[in-house]
Design a binder for this molecule. Structure first.
Ligand SMILES: Cc1cc2nc3c(=O)[nH]c(=O)nc-3n(C[C@H](O)[C@H](O)[C@H](O)COP(=O)(O)O)c2cc1C
Length: 218
């Protein structure tokens, strides 16, 4: 089993958010689960042009940057830990740009069966809206949320302990293939909405339509 940590602070290894997320990875490693870290700041991520090429032909994109590699790693991971500092009550622009470029994941619920977790830090300690947004993104892609950890930038042992507990929770979710009934209902609602959209656009978004057919969702 593999957990992918996507960390979006430009401070990279010195980032408070990353240091918190690193504790989650440490805890996962104690459970025998390996982790890989991507610092978004090291990659080129252009803004989505809403050309819809990725809906016509799955994951096709005219923008030649590092996003395709990152999306492939997300598809291979069993769980994804999204770590972002709070930038004006949101994730960083780099994280949002990556999310925008993954619109196909939302149309086809490509993170279904995976778990998402969040790590956020801020100056004020007000992190809930950012964590909620990470959970929302995961659900939009079909993934269940294992939980989140957040802190003010100079955090102490209590927050490290919280991060360690989150690691244990993700490990248990993965091992037990935990199902969260309420979350699955929300994911199903999203699917119902997209089944209408995919049918309406079937002549245009041919590969996404074929994906839905193959999955037996239509
Ligand atoms: C552009 C920008 C916007 C920010 N907005 C907020 C904010 O809305 N609320 C807050 O509490 N902290 C805000 N901060 C502070 C960071 O969230 C905080 O310093 C964080 O711990 C940095 O994490 P890092 O070391 O992982 O980069 C902002 C910082 C920057 C650079």
């Amino acid at each position: 089993m593999q957990v992918l940590l996507i960390s979006s602070s430009p401070h990279q290894e010195k980032s408070s958010t990353f240091l918190l997320a690193k504790e989650v990875l440490r805890s996962l490693s104690e459970e025998g689960i390996s982790g890989e870290t991507l610092h978004l700041d090291n990659f080129r991520i252009f803004f989505c042009k809403h050309c819809e090429a990725c809906h016509r032909k799955i994951l096709e994109c005219p923008l030649k940057d590092d996003v395709s590699m990152i999306l492939q790693k997300m598809l291979k991971a069993d769980a994804i830990l999204l770590a972002s500092p709070n930038y004006i009550n949101q994730v960083t622009a780099s994280m949002k740009a990556l999310f925008d470029r993954s619109a196909h994941f939302i149309h086809c619920k490509r993170l279904e069966g995976k778990y998402i977790a969040g790590a956020v830090s801020s100056g004020s300690g007000q992190n809930q809206e950012v964590l909620d947004y990470l959970k929302y993104y995961g659900a939009a892609c079909g993934a269940q949320y294992s939980g989140g950890v957040s802190a003010q930038q100079q955090f102490g042992q209590d927050k490290k302990d919280e991060a360690l507990r989150l690691g244990k929770k993700i490990a248990a979710d993965l091992r037990e293939k935990k199902l969260y009934a309420e979350q699955l209902q929300d994911i199903e609602k999203g699917k119902q909405y997209f089944s209408r959209v995919i049918k309406a656009r079937k002549d245009d978004w041919q590969e996404e339509y074929a994906y839905w057919l193959k999955k037996g969702w239509l």
